[in-house]
Design a protein around this ligand. Structure first.
Ligand code: NOJ
Ligand code: CA
Length: 698
């Protein structure tokens, strides 16, 4: 039923939900449930466009919609609104794991059917969903005469942002060498050429927004090109032959999303991306286990171990058992082991075709290790680095997952190290083709890994992934992914991550979903321990020495990242001896959960600082993480999130008076005090500092 409060039509269309007279421009309006966000869709000049307002402030100005095809005539101008349908929806659903157990999906929907006003009279539907925290829209193209097999060259979708010379954005470039692993930039909108999503902006009128996409399945990823000042145009990542999407009718595009909030933290508290994904398709997923894990990993990045065979080989039976003992001692769930399978010797990053995913190096005994893991109650976490040779991995996937299933492995970290646009695919005629990590081919390969793993009750943590678009709702065994510069860049990045990096991530990359960032390095200045042989990364290592790589934060900030950067699996990545050297600080990592009942960003500004409070899933305790950029600041926090009438012991890990990430990063104060709802705390954050708190219910 049409609710006049939410949907309005110009006079000529008032009496009907179907055909309005061709040749007369129509404008349809849909409002968010709280009436703050308004979307207008119109066919002015026979060209479908949309506009978005927040309390009458323009957020998106008149922006074109449409699709370009290789063979069929484009869906661009010459289309008129033919009919429309509306619906309202309010439902609360549960996440099996996540930032919060309960998610509310409340929105108003507007479907607009468009029809070409001359032969061949093509038709498609634009579906809009308007939530209190933003909007999503997608193209739905039905079966129709003359359009069967379809090759989409690009989308005409625009996001026209007002006042591009004054409005600001936080973003990374697209189609560049390192995929999504770039330093985030802050600039005026006008300075941007091509950006990846999530793309976050603060308009000159004060509104915050983030452009992204949801439910990217069997389609090409979308980047944004600024073609004229303020006009950001969707650019679909093509296959090697220039076609973006190969499909057939009927098909639906992913949702194009715009999260909208007056305050920066409003973006962080939005569930819009998840709400635009389909519900869980896997049924019972009680076998998907959030948790913490250690790994034979950081040693390879700082050069104390190697992935390849030899004296310093990390993936040995003996070292794995030691790590399992360490994990068991502190209650961690798993041990990741990289470099266990043959193919790492030589320049592994360039030789993806020689990896075997079933053949272990002789000094790694999978049977013995998994038996030992069972004895001490710790899971082996599998690892598959493909070096971007997608076909080599594809061909071995079933056998490789069977092998891990046989040994009780519940989680696999995958890796696709290859420069952007350089994924190797061997086509049906044996020709080698190069594809992008975010093109339709790889969108399919990543999902295949997840669905094949699900058949064996295995979860996947993808590194060098396609960006997250919320598919964890539909496939809850897609437990985490990388998809930005992680901690590893502090080991060898040129330059390493700047002090503001993790604050930037919070307001950009993290809007798409969990990230396996691997926080928690305790030896912040590890360079002195390095030796010059880490296989494929040897050149990087030499450069890292020149750059004097280190962790550009205080110790307190490393702890706070466990709360701030959400992931249901969190690594405890440093060498065990570095944790045992600082047992008091380590206690926070031992205590902090990775699965939450509730989560709320309670303070922050984009790229400057952020404070999150989260309640443990199935527990009473709350945790808080606060981090800042290169600037020291004092943040005042109201403890309104605590339960009324209860007393909590606040176990506070914060920067000391002298803390400074460059000169005194280890100055950490650990103090306990009783607190209750309504109290406030002032947290002094040092330069690139932080605070981590456990509120233990007494
Ligand atoms: C890149 C991943 O991000 C990193 O975690 C891993 O150690 C290497 N690839 C090797 O697979
Ligand atoms: Ca990586």
């Amino acid at each position: 039923m049409l609710n006049p409060k939410y949907f309005s039509f110009p006079a000529i269309c008032l009496m009907t939900l179907t055909v309005c007279q061709t040749g007369i421009a129509k404008t349809l309006t849909a409002m968010s449930p709280d009436s703050r966000i308004k979307v207008e869709v119109s066919d002015d000049n026979d060209q479908p466009v949309y506009r978005v307002f927040y309390q009458n402030k323009p957020v998106i100005q008149s922006s074109k919609l449409g699709l370009y095809f290789k063979e069929s005539p484009d869906f661009l101008n010459g289309f008129n609104i033919q009919s429309t349908a509306t619906a309202s929806h309010d439902e609360t659903w549960q996440q099996p794991w996540g930032e919060r157990r309960e998610v509310q999906d409340q929105h108003n929907q507007l479907s607009v059917q468009l029809k070409r006003n001359k032969a061949p009279f093509n038709t498609y539907t634009l579906k809009f969903k308007v939530f209190n925290d933003g909007i999503g829209f997608r193209y739905e193209v039905p079966k129709q005469p003359g359009i069967n097999q379809v090759e989409i060259i690009n989308e005409a979708t625009e996001f026209v942002l007002p006042n591009s010379s004054q409005s600001e954005a936080w973003w990374i470039g697209a189609k560049q060498f390192n995929r999504y692993e770039h330093i985030y930039q802050k600039s005026k909108l006008a300075e941007i050429d091509r950006a990846n999503t999530p793309f976050t902006a603060r308009l000159a009128n004060g509104m915050h927004l983030s452009i992204h996409e949801a439910a990217l399945i069997d389609y090409a990823g979308m980047t944004l090109d600024q073609q004229q000042p303020g006009v950001f145009k969707a650019n679909l990542t093509p296959w090697f032959d220039g076609v973006a999407v190969k499909t057939q009718t009927d098909f639906k595009s992913p949702w194009r999303t715009i999260q909208i909030a007056p305050q920066a933290i409003g973006l962080l508290n939005s569930d819009l991306i998840l709400n635009l994904n389909e519900p869980n398709k896997l049924g019972d997923v009680s076998w998907v286990n959030p948790g913490k894990y250690v790994g034979i990993w950081w040693g390879m990045h700082i050069g104390t171990h190697t992935w390849g065979s030899g004296d310093k080989h990390g993936a040995t039976t003996e070292l794995t058992k030691n790590y399992m003992d360490f994990a068991a001692k502190y209650g961690f769930d798993g041990v990741l082991v990289e470099g266990w399978n043959t193919g790492w010797d030589g320049d592994w990053a360039a030789n993806g075709e020689i990896f075997s995913f079933t053949q272990a190096y002789p000094d790694f005994d999978l049977t013995q290790i998994s038996e030992y893991g069972k004895k001490v109650g710790v899971k082996l976490i599998g690892h598959h680095e493909t070096s971007g040779h997608a076909s080599n991995y594809h061909n071995q996937m079933a056998d490789a997952y069977d092998l891990y299933e046989k040994h009780g492995v519940e989680q696999i970290k995958t890796g696709y190290v290859a420069s952007a646009g350089n994924i190797t695919r061997i086509d049906e005629n044996g020709f080698e083709r190069k594809e992008w990590h975010d093109g339709q081919f790889m969108v399919g390969e990543y999902l295949k890994s997840v669905t094949e793993a699900a058949k064996r009750k295995i979860s996947i943590n993808t590194h060098e992934p396609v960006k997250d678009t919320g598919l964890r709702r539909t496939y809850p065994n897609w437990i985490s992914r990388e998809g930005a510069r992680g901690q590893e860049f502090n080991a060898w990045g040129q330059p390493p991550n700047p002090p503001e990096h993790t604050v930037m991530l919070t307001y950009t990359r993290m809007l798409s979903g969990p990230m396996d960032f691997t926080p928690g390095i305790f030896d912040l200045t590890f360079n002195d321990k390095r030796e010059a042989d880490i296989g494929g990364l040897q050149d990087d290592l030499q450069a890292a020495k020149r750059y004097e790589n280190r962790i550009p934060t205080t110790l307190a900030k490393q702890l706070a990242l466990y709360v701030v950067l959400y992931s249901p699996i969190q690594m405890v990545p440093d060498l065990p001896e570095n944790y045992e050297a600082k047992p008091d600080a380590f206690q926070f990592i031992v205590d902090v959960p990775t699965d939450w009942e509730k989560s709320e960003a309670i303070a922050g500004e984009v790229g400057e600082y952020v404070v999150f409070a989260r309640q443990e899933r199935g527990g009473e305790d709350w945790y808080l993480g606060a981090i800042t950029d290169a600037n020291a600041r004092k943040v005042s926090i109201n403890l309104d999130f605590l339960k009324a009438g209860e007393t909590y012991q606040a176990q506070i890990y914060r920067d000391g008076k002298e803390a400074d990430w460059q000169t005194n990063p280890y100055d950490l104060i650990i103090e306990n005090k009783p607190v209750k709802k309504g109290d406030s705390l002032i947290l002094p954050l040092a330069t690139s500092g932080g605070a981590a708190i456990r509120f233990k219910k007494l």
